[in-house]
Design a protein around this ligand. Structure first.
Ligand SMILES: NC(=O)c1ccc[n+]([C@@H]2O[C@H](COP(=O)([O-])OP(=O)(O)OC[C@H]3O[C@@H](n4cnc5c(N)ncnc54)[C@H](O)[C@@H]3O)[C@@H](O)[C@H]2O)c1
Ligand SMILES: O=C(O)C1=N[C@H](C(=O)O)CCC1
Length: 233
């Protein structure tokens, strides 16, 4: 498979390695200063760029008939526009806040737990995410997906950074030197606590998941998620 990387930072470099390990070819490394892109030279694009750049990259790929996998977080105010463009162009698009296989299992576990806890009103839910100090967005895309997973399966209606409130999930975002990504969901009552936690030990899982998604999307049309790719749930 001929792959173009949009964003050649920490994740772009990890994805290059994961793709080479699976016998793919990286034909373009597109970063902030790239002037021209030959869209005829690749079969699929993988975007891990910046919150301000992702939507533009996704748009360019869809307009040029290139299936696009995006892992960039912090641009979701434009997600519905990307979906509309994908439908209009009959293209193929996957966004995932987290491509790690383990986190996608964790997302399922989170929803299952939320369903079980729904009637147990003595428990309050909260979340914590910890990432490296270079991260631009907070809360993390993964924490937002976890919060949405609880909201869709409980009486909680919204999430907020650092603030509790009625039917509101408080999310704490911590930034610690080199942490690749740790997410915890807490249920606390006066008499006990339950917590589920995912800890990434490195970025390899994110990169591998993105390459698997790129392999999967070839020949498909539509808007998909990692749940489709991994056949979960
Ligand atoms: N979904 C996941 O599994 C997952 C995992 C890790 C990181 N991320 C997200 O991926 C993104 C990138 O993370 P990172 O750690 O590699 O960041 P990074 O800062 O190391 O790399 C981002 C790169 O994008 C480049 N860039 C800026 N504007 C661009 C443009 N217009 N076109 C192409 N490239 C451009 C930057 O120059 C930089 O090289 C972040 O949004 C992060 O939250 C997602
Ligand atoms: O390093 C990052 O940045 C990460 N971003 C994603 C998020 O916002 O959830 C996934 C974990 C790593």
């Amino acid at each position: 498979m001929r792959i173009a990387l949009f964003g050649y930072g920490r994740m772009g470099k990890m994805i290059e390695q994961a793709a080479l390990n699976r016998n793919h070819t990286i034909v373009a490394k597109i970063d902030i200063d790239t002037k021209e892109i030959d869209f005829s030279s690749f079969d699929v694009a993988i975007d891990f760029s910046m919150p301000t750049a992702a939507y533009g990259n996704i748009t360019k790929c869809l307009e040029n008939n290139i299936p696009i996998i995006s892992g960039t977080t912090g641009w979701l105010e434009n997600y519905e526009n990307a979906v509309a463009l994908c439908k209009e162009k009959e293209g193929a698009f996957i966004y995932a806040s987290n491509f790690s296989l383990g986190v996608n299992v964790f997302f399922e576990l989170n929803e299952y737990l939320a369903k079980m806890m729904k009637s147990l009103k003595q428990y309050n839910v909260s979340m914590e995410e910890i990432h490296h100090t270079q991260k631009l967005d907070a809360p993390s895309g993964t924490a937002i997906t976890l919060a949405e997973g609880v909201i869709n399966n409980s009486d909680y209606t919204k999430w907020k950074l650092d603030e509790s409130g009625t039917n509101q999930i408080p999310i704490t975002a911590k930034r610690i030197e080199a942490v690749p990504g740790t997410h915890t969901v807490f249920y606390d009552s006066e008499i006990d606590s339950i917590e589920i936690k995912h800890t990434a030990h490195n970025r390899e899982g994110f990169a591998l998941g993105a390459v698997i998604a790129a392999e999967w999307i070839i020949g498909k049309k539509g808007i998909f998620t990692m749940k489709d790719v991994l056949n979960l749930g």
